[in-house]
Design a protein around this ligand. Structure first.
Ligand SMILES: NC(=O)c1ccc[n+]([C@@H]2O[C@H](COP(=O)([O-])OP(=O)(O)OC[C@H]3O[C@@H](n4cnc5c(N)ncnc54)[C@H](O)[C@@H]3O)[C@@H](O)[C@H]2O)c1
Length: 336
């Protein structure tokens, strides 16, 4: 029989559920623990996903010998401490992004991952495991739109649970929390590095945590001449918006998520590809789960079993983190 892995999930919230709901039925998985500071959440997950034990103490699960893999789906300020405990107890880790809420902690996170190659650590840059984004990466890398590229990337949340978002804003701005995905995306698509950024932000809610901002935009210039922006906001009043467009001298690609399509949602995500100078549109459907956490988990198992690299690598993770942190600092600095 194939090897099975004992899994502990720490953090039974939104992302915790995105993880466990895609792995609890896998034949190589035993859900040993579900853990949350709020024990009721852990107990609900135990019922739903058949976990062996519940806990409100992360240490208890991390020290348990039956646990091989720990999924960390808590807030950024807790990631380093939980990672350290996992490494000390020889556990493999799938940790949500961003790796931390500060540069000091982010650098320490990177250092510890590198110091412990025997423990495999994968960070939740879920779009790297998403078939739609993989297809677009391949198209752009094969010259589908030419170079340089003008990119427009928008991700605004109209929040229905303001208290939760306020808590998250106390840890990281949307430019850092969500931005790490998209700085990574544009570096992946183009193969180029960030040359320059300029960021702005606004505090459009009256009750934000001190020093935080809930709306931000960063202009990004890459070394290959590509340029564009990333916009992200969480508020009670912004409309939810999702734009991902990549245009070059030979064409343009726009990603339209299944839920945002006017028709044929059953066909999956839509990649709208405009070819120039042919002036022809090609519509490409991709069957793809929005958050393919099961495939991401499979990649961690592959890292354990074959020694292959993380996707993205921890260095790539840190590079995007550093760019977004600089953007966040620019906004915070401007408002001081
Ligand atoms: N990859 C993605 O697409 C994506 C999307 C959203 C959020 N995230 C990331 O996932 C992480 C969690 O966000 P969320 O939206 O799931 O938040 P959430 O509030 O829905 O869930 C977090 C849970 O963690 C629990 N928790 C907090 N500290 C804990 C601790 N020390 N020990 C045990 N439990 C603890 C909380 O009680 C809560 O139930 C964040 O880092 C966020 O940036 C990633």
């Amino acid at each position: 029989m194939d090897k099975t892995y004992g899994v502990a999930l720490i953090g039974c919230g939104h992302m915790g559920e995105a993880h466990i709901s895609n792995i609890y039925y896998k034949t190589n998985v035993r859900i040993e623990y579900v853990c949350d500071l709020d024990r009721k959440k852990a107990e609900l997950f135990q019922k739903k996903y058949g976990a062996h034990l519940t806990s409100s103490n992360p240490m208890e699960c991390i020290e348990d010998k039956a646990v091989d893999i720990v999924i960390i789906a808590t807030y950024p300020s807790t990631h380093l401490e939980l990672l350290s405990l996992c490494l000390k107890n020889h556990k493999h880790v799938l940790c949500e992004k961003p790796i931390a809420g500060s540069r000091v902690e982010g650098k320490e996170f990177l250092r510890q991952v590198k110091e412990h190659p025997e423990c495999k650590v994968l960070i939740g840059h879920i779009l790297r495991h998403n078939a739609t984004y993989q297809k677009v990466a391949q198209m752009i890398q094969n010259g589908a739109v030419g170079k340089p590229i003008a990119f427009r990337m928008v991700q605004n949340h109209h929040t229905m649970d303001w208290e939760k978002y306020k808590r998250m804003l106390g840890e990281a701005s949307p430019l850092l929390d969500c931005g790490v995905h998209y700085v990574d995306i544009i570096k992946w698509f183009t193969g180029s590095d960030v040359k320059k950024i300029a960021a702005s932000g606004a505090r459009t809610e009256p009750d934000l945590p001190e020093g935080s901002f809930n709306y931000g935009m960063m202009m990004i210039e890459l070394k290959d001449g590509s340029a564009g922006y990333y916009e992200a906001g969480w508020s009670n009043t912004l409309s939810a918006d999702n734009l991902k467009e990549f245009s070059g001298p030979r064409g343009s690609i726009r990603i339209i998520y299944r839920k945002d399509r006017q028709t044929h949602q059953e066909e999956g995500d839509l990649i709208e590809y405009y070819k120039y100078p042919e002036k022809v549109y090609e519509m490409i459907n991709v069957q793809c789960q929005r958050k393919p956490t099961g495939l991401q988990f499979d990649h961690l198992v592959k890292m354990i079993e074959t020694g292959c690299d993380a996707v993205p690598t921890i260095d790539e993770v840190y590079e995007s983190f550093e760019v977004c942190l600089r953007a966040q600092e620019q906004v915070a600095g401007d408002s001081m």
